[in-house]
Design a protein around this ligand. Structure first.
Ligand code: NAG
Ligand code: NAG
Ligand code: NAG
Ligand code: NAG
Length: 290
């Protein structure tokens, strides 16, 4: 106690304001932020201790255009100040503000959201700012066929699967699965086709169009369709940053082609002839045997 008194008496007038100004530290993120196109990203901005709300102002804006992303003033957030592009997309966490957490949640991320954001915090005595950058936008879109695929037994079919992503295709893992039997039909991993992982039923019968893969075309060629192939096939794509994604459903309805009917027709026509000839020869043999 005595020491404390000594400390204060030792301070000159000029030094006292310095003590009250030993203000807050504002933190952002040194790491570049990555966001998924259409997803949400948290823009961090927080202080080490709560600040009095009455005198607090938090101003989030783009450094390039100066557009206001969001504003907190006079104890509440001010959506009316937001730039058009950010209305209903950028939110404070109201319960976190009293704790000194002024982070922003940006939803429905668009390509134009990449850039540098500045979080400026004003109190009565001082002002601090920090910056965060959304650098990389990520996307992974998988499309298949809108309609079921129809095939006849014995025919070859192509099941579509196109991948649009920011990732180099060699970094993707693409699995074709037959979902109703839960078997692996075809696998692409570490930049190549992995036939050793294929289920026996599809070994040598299902393939990628290798030369099409760099274009994101992971369609599957299935040869000599069999009755047991009927069902649902799904193309699952995984990247490092994004776990499993969009699935596509294919149905193979099996029928018989005109070729099969022709064969069947021939059989129907030929069998009686064979039987008749057979019967005649037997009779001939029996007679000859007598
Ligand atoms: C701020 O609040 C958000 C939302 O609750 C949370 O995710 C984030 O971790 C908080 N930041 C700090 C530094 O507490
Ligand atoms: C597969 O994709 C190609 C090229 O986009 C398209 O012409 C074809 O109709 C698709 N097939 C199916 C079954 O959707
Ligand atoms: C993808 O990665 C492979 C192997 O690392 C490389 O040869 C190829 O040029 C890359 N493609 C693109 C579009 O960057
Ligand atoms: C993928 O490539 C195959 C073979 O060239 C082609 O038949 C198919 O239509 C392509 N699919 C898409 C979706 O482009």
């Amino acid at each position: 106690m005595d020491d404390l008194c000594l400390l204060f008496t030792d301070l000159s007038r000029d030094e006292i304001p310095l003590i009250t100004m030993l203000g807050f530290l504002l933190h952002g993120s040194a790491d570049l932020l990555t966001a998924r196109l259409g997803g949400a990203v948290l823009l961090p901005c927080f202080v080490d201790r709560p600040l009095p709300l009455e005198e607090l102002e938090v101003d989030w804006r783009r450094t390039d255009s100066g557009t206001v992303v969001h504003l907190f003033q006079e104890g509440q957030s001010r959506p009316e100040s937001q730039g058009d592009a950010y209305i209903d997309r950028a939110h404070f966490f109201s319960q976190e503000i009293p704790k000194g957490n002024f982070s922003l949640l940006l939803e429905g991320v668009r390509t134009a959201d990449a850039g540098v954001y500045k979080c400026v915090v004003y109190t009565e005595q001082e002002q601090r700012e920090t910056q965060v950058e959304i650098q990389e936008l990520e996307w992974l879109v998988v499309t298949g066929a809108d309609e079921p695929v129809y095939a006849h037994a014995g025919e070859d079919v192509t099941l579509n699967c196109s991948v649009d992503t920011h990732v180099n295709v060699t970094e993707l893992e693409v699995e074709w699965r037959k979902t109703d039997d839960d078997i692996l039909v075809l696998l692409y991993d570490d930049g190549e086709n992995r036939p050793e992982s294929q289920d026996d039923r599809y070994f040598g019968r299902a393939d990628f169009f290798t030369e099409e893969i760099p274009k994101g075309n992971f369609s599957m060629k299935l040869r000599k369709v069999r009755t047991e192939d009927k069902g649902e096939f799904r193309c699952q794509v995984h990247s490092d940053t994004d776990s499993a994604n969009s699935t596509n459903v294919f149905l193979i309805f099996l029928g018989y082609s005109s070729f099969h009917w022709l064969i069947l027709g021939l059989c129907i026509a030929v069998i009686p002839v064979v039987l008749l000839t057979g019967a005649l020869s037997v009779r001939h043999l029996i007679r000859g045997g007598k």
